[in-house]
Design a protein around this ligand. Structure first.
Ligand code: PMP
Length: 305
């Protein structure tokens, strides 16, 4: 990942990709307090455009606020930096990764006295869970790891440290031959994937866990709520049990990286017909119309770079 040509925005400067380095005594590297975003740009008819840039940037600042980190740039500067990185690397469709971290002035649990840094990188990244999975659906396993409780690490922050839990769950699922993990909350209710929100469809109604189950408030999740309204589908947020998914008609994951990915199996039990369901397919198509700039109603969600 590090040995390639390109530019990365680091603390206000555009630097060479290979030179975008930090010190080994960086506080975040030792204690895991930092926050990041995952953003995508799509190649629309009007040119490359970043999807829901303002919402992603707001969430980055909210994550930092929750972690008591003061980002030393304005939201406008951070939005401009994301556009500049896409332009500087000559990218069309790409994934954008802003990250804020605590510097290396001093160690010890208290981060006080350290500089807060920010970087933005971007690169081409296709279907996160595989192109085949987007059509056929993926195979998922309930994780043996519990999702963060809402009062342990803060679940509404896209915090670096939250991802140890995601990595453990994802590694376990992959080693067991599945494509992704689904985590339950501390009470045993469905929370989310290692990097995705989950939706299920039963008798024509769409359900997703409410945020008290510790899931991140996904921006794609919010996009899907608009799509459901447009398609005349009822969407209900509620507590969901794993066996409700076994007997659902359809299920799918959402995320900036995962986009809308159908789930065809949970714990080796086929969901519905065991392939991408018709409602999932409609939501997926509507999603790709929006992100690719083919739905004028949502033109404001695309920031041309
Ligand atoms: N949950 C987790 C744990 C995630 O990492 C992500 C990806 N950011 C999501 C949900 C989906 O969020 P979004 O749609 O905003 O990308």
């Amino acid at each position: 990942m590090e040995d390639r040509d390109g530019k990365i925005w680091m603390d206000g400067q555009m630097v060479e990709w290979r030179d975008a380095k930090i010190h080994v005594l960086s506080h975040t590297l030792h204690y895991g307090c930092g926050a990041f975003e995952g953003v995508r740009a799509y190649n629309t008819a009007k040119g490359p455009a970043i999807f829901r840039l303002a919402e992603h940037t707001d969430r980055l600042f909210n994550s930092a606020k929750i972690l008591r980190m003061a980002i030393p740039f304005t939201k406008q500067e951070v939005m401009d930096a994301q556009k500049a990185v896409v332009r500087a690397n000559g990218l069309e469709s790409c994934y954008i990764r802003p990250l804020t971290w605590i510097g290396s002035q001093k160690l010890g649990i208290s981060p006080k006295g350290n500089q807060i840094h920010l970087m933005v990188a971007a690169w081409t990244w296709g279907a996160y869970l595989g192109a085949e999975g987007m059509e056929r659906g993926i195979r998922v396993k309930i994780s043996s790891y519990t999702r963060h409780h809402v009062n342990i690490t803060m679940t509404q922050a896209k915090a670096v440290s939250n991802y140890t839990n995601s990595i453990l769950a994802n590694m376990e699922a992959l080693e067991d031959g599945y494509d992704e993990a689904l985590l339950l909350d501390a009470s045993g209710f469905v929370s989310e994937g290692s990097g995705e929100n989950i939706f299920v469809v039963k008798d024509g109604v769409v359900y997703t866990p409410d945020l008290s189950a510790g899931a991140l408030n996904g921006i794609t999740r919010n996009t899907v709520s608009h799509i459901c309204k447009d398609l005349g589908l009822e969407l209900i947020q509620k507590r969901i049990t794993r066996d409700e998914i076994y007997i659902a008609d359809e299920a799918f994951f959402t995320g900036t990286a995962a986009e809308v990915t159908p789930i065809r199996e949970l714990d080796r039990i086929e969901i519905g017909s065991g392939s991408r369901g018709p409602i999932t397919e409609k939501i997926q198509a509507a999603f790709f119309d929006i992100v690719n700039g083919r739905n004028p109603k949502y033109a404001d969600w695309l920031a041309l770079v």
